[in-house]
Design a protein around this ligand. Structure first.
Ligand code: GLN
Length: 251
């Protein structure tokens, strides 16, 4: 069995769990996403994380998630999982912030990042809660004949910069937090290219071109909340990519 964990410390973990269950429920026996091959579990402890083959980090509040992760002794195991063991990880919204190597600081100060994606993420890029919006996004599985994928953005971050090795060794800017370097990573730092999976179309006065879905090796990040609409195609796509070993993910 493939155990897919959902980090269940805070935020929309239950919705992700239901989506993942739904994504595999209707798969035919013997197919790639055959239900019998998967176990979808909530992760709250290092032991549960160790039992997972892949992980989803939900949206919510990234400062709260990192604080609880620290208190639960999960922060280092999460770094190990994503950056050393390189198991497939997908972060949505707050999850994307946590998986970024750099992020703009939260208003009330520091927060710990898991890191792994060589990007700088800008928190709350579109403004406050009332600036939340929806739009249709181009994604790899949405063909011309398929219904559009409706994405929900709630105090969403964007990827504002793809970082180079030089960026990551330069001094960190005052208003930015950076994930710590890991010893285990030193000689084998991830060299997989950053793939932009989707950017914002021109919509509702928002600037077109902002990066809202990105993948680097085993790590996938999205700015929006795919678990808040009934559409499970992105969950299904990610599971398939993991099973197929795309983007260096190994299950
Ligand atoms: N702005 C939130 C944060 O900084 C993320 C919002 C979300 O996950 N919907 O964590």
């Amino acid at each position: 069995k493939i155990t897919v964990g959902i980090l269940a410390l805070q935020g929309a973990f239950l919705e992700h769990k239901l989506h993942l269950q739904k994504a595999v429920r209707h798969a035919s026996p013997g197919s790639l996403l055959d239900t019998t091959k998967f176990e979808i579990v909530e992760v709250r402890t290092p032991e549960q994380l160790a039992a997972a083959d892949a992980l989803v980090i939900p949206g919510g509040e990234s400062t709260a998630i990192s604080l609880i992760a620290e208190r639960s002794g999960l922060l280092e195991p999460l770094r190990q999982f994503a950056r050393v063991d390189r198991k497939p990880v997908w972060g949505t919204c707050a999850g994307l912030i946590l998986l970024s190597d750099e992020a703009s600081k939260a208003r009330k100060g520091g927060q710990e990042l898991i890191g792994g994606l060589h990007v700088r993420c800008q928190r709350n890029h579109f403004g406050r809660q009332t600036e939340s919006f929806e739009c249709d996004l181009a994604l790899p599985f949405v063909g011309d004949d398929e219904p559009p994928f409706r994405a929900v953005f709630i105090r969403a971050p964007i990827v504002e910069k793809v970082l180079t090795g030089a960026d990551l060794t330069a001094d960190v800017a005052n208003d930015v937090v950076r994930a710590p370097k890991l010893d285990a990573e030193a000689d084998d730092y991830k060299t997989a290219p950053i793939e932009v999976i989707s950017s914002l179309p021109s919509t509702q006065g928002k600037e077109a071109g902002d990066i809202v879905a990105v993948r680097q090796g085993n790590i996938f990040g999205t700015s929006f909340h795919p678990e808040l609409t009934p559409d499970v195609r992105l969950h299904r796509w990610w599971l398939q990519e993991c099973v197929l070993g795309r983007g260096e993910s190994r299950i």
